[in-house]
Design a protein around this ligand. Structure first.
Ligand code: SDX
Length: 432
């Protein structure tokens, strides 16, 4: 029996169905609101609006809960790896041994990037934004796989497994190519025999005649960083992928749009902003109090980067996991990074400060991720591209929900207009 909400406007009442999700979260279904009442719901930034019914990730911001297809993120972080979690996010179930083997094989077979695509990369200045380069390269993929990117959902879904493997595997390779190009180094081609993360590190750091041998701790740390970024409900970039996908844009084009959204410093770009903040605290011998004071000014440009979240009003569970991993990884690698101590001091200071406590502002995934990425040798300007590699399974799974929805419609939000009222055209001669 569906419960209903009753909206009363003047003397009329409008029944609206109540939707109840798996975990009891409730929504007022306003799809009939405009047709029945002539009103639209207004929610700038969609912070209180459910844009879709999804089965991929459950996130409870008040209680700091994050689950992918029902599996808690801490269990996946402890027991799984990035490729297995990618399979789970995309296909909905943990793979059995055969499925895991086949998926891994598909990723390895699709690791190489067409040589011709080097020309796209080399059309950029070497100091261009790696995220701009990445989105450009990904938006070019449909040209090389037209049979998988017809912008016709029925046809595109037939090649979905192949397209998904291409997206995950080649985005990883393209990121390594960007690093090599920016540093004037020859491209290193993937080795089919290497696992996903080890192959990435090989393509990043090997030399033409000297293979980079990733120590297990580094590959494990990279696996964790990518796994923790695999999906995160309807965040800004994932919602962008769904928005673009809803116009029947193919998987690659939709992911390219998501990468553009992810690049923003308030979103995926925060991990770089955090490191700049920690570095300047270190260089000035500051204890972080200047940043905390500035962050309390409330201006968007002074925010404590890596802190706060559009949904979490509690610890981001990923921040806890990655914060703990920082200690382990740096110790195992024999790295004493002063920025880690500064980050921990900053976290302690902020969590004692009423400004942050009263606003329920806690560290998010970006607060510590940069420290681990730096420890494994990733240059700072590449951090957000690793976030993109990690998030690709989430983009794919969300694109597929849109493409496979038989009742799906193009995403087309409404607005409330506050511009000038109707007025007639004024010829030039009569203008002021
Ligand atoms: C990611 O959505 C996702 O899931 C994203 C993500 C994912 O996995 O996809 O989790 C990844 O993007 C994490 C967030 C990375 N961004 C940053 O770390 C940048 C710093 N954080 C903020 O800019 C901010 O917290 C946002 C952008 C993350 C959220 O912005 P909101 O939703 O506008 O914040 P809010 O409405 O909850 O703010 C409430 C109050 C405001 O003050 P008042 O108006 O009440 O006085 O808290 C203040 C804000 O000014 N505030 C901060 C702050 N974040 C919010 N004040 C200082 N420092 C901050 N970081």
């Amino acid at each position: 029996m569906t419960k209903t909400a009753l909206l009363k406007i003047e003397d009329k009442e409008y029944p609206l169905p109540i939707m109840v999700g798996t975990e009891g979260e409730k929504a007022v279904d306003t799809r009939t609101l405009r047709a029945t009442s002539g009103h639209v719901a207004y929610d700038q930034g969609y912070g209180n609006t459910g844009s879709c019914a999804s089965q991929i990730t459950y996130l409870d911001g008040d209680n700091g809960i994050l689950r992918h297809r029902g599996y808690p993120i801490d269990q996946l972080a402890h027991h799984s790896d990035y490729v297995e979690t990618a399979y789970l996010v995309i296909y909905g179930e943990l793979p059995n041994a055969t499925q895991r083997k086949e998926f891994g094989l598909l990723l390895r077979k699709n690791a190489a990037v067409e040589t011709q695509m080097q020309k796209i990369l080399e059309g950029f200045p070497t100091n261009a934004s790696p995220m701009a380069m990445l989105s450009a390269m990904v938006s070019a993929l449909p040209a090389y796989y037209p049979q998988l990117a017809t912008n016709n959902f029925e046809k595109d879904l037939k090649g979905f497994d192949q397209a998904a493997a291409i997206a995950i595997s080649k985005i990883r390779t393209i990121v390594a190519m960007i690093y090599r190009y920016q540093h004037g180094l020859p491209y290193i081609f993937p080795k089919q025999e290497l696992p996903f993360c080890e192959n990435f590190l090989h393509m990043m750091f090997s030399e033409p005649y000297q293979d980079y041998m990733a120590v297990p701790e580094v590959a494990k740390a990279l696996n964790l960083v990518l796994l923790l970024h695999a999906d995160h409900e309807q965040n800004c970039s994932t919602s962008t992928v769904r928005m673009v996908g809803s116009s029947a844009s193919n998987l690659f084009t939709s992911i390219s749009a998501g990468i553009c959204a992810l690049a923003g410093p308030l979103h995926g770009g925060a991990n770089v902003a955090v490191m700049h903040m920690l570095q300047s605290i270190h260089d000035e011998g500051d204890d972080g109090s200047r940043f905390i004071a500035a962050a309390k000014s409330g201006s968007k440009s002074n925010r404590l980067m890596g802190f706060g979240h559009a949904v979490y009003r509690n610890f981001d569970p990923r921040a806890r996991i990655i914060g703990d991993a920082c200690d382990t990884v740096l110790k195992r690698l024999g790295i004493d990074d002063p920025l880690l101590r500064i980050a921990k001091h900053l976290e302690e200071a902020a969590l004692r400060d009423d400004y942050f406590v009263s606003r329920k502002l806690y560290p998010n995934v970006d607060f510590y991720s940069g420290i681990i990425m730096r420890a494994i040798g990733i240059p700072m300007n590449m951090f957000t591209t690793l976030f993109a590699i990690g998030r690709t399974p989430g983009y794919i799974a969300n694109w597929r929900e849109v493409a496979a929805d038989p009742k799906g419609r193009i995403y087309r939000p409404r607005q409330v207009y506050f511009g000038p009222p109707k007025r007639d055209y004024v010829p030039m001669a009569r203008r002021g």
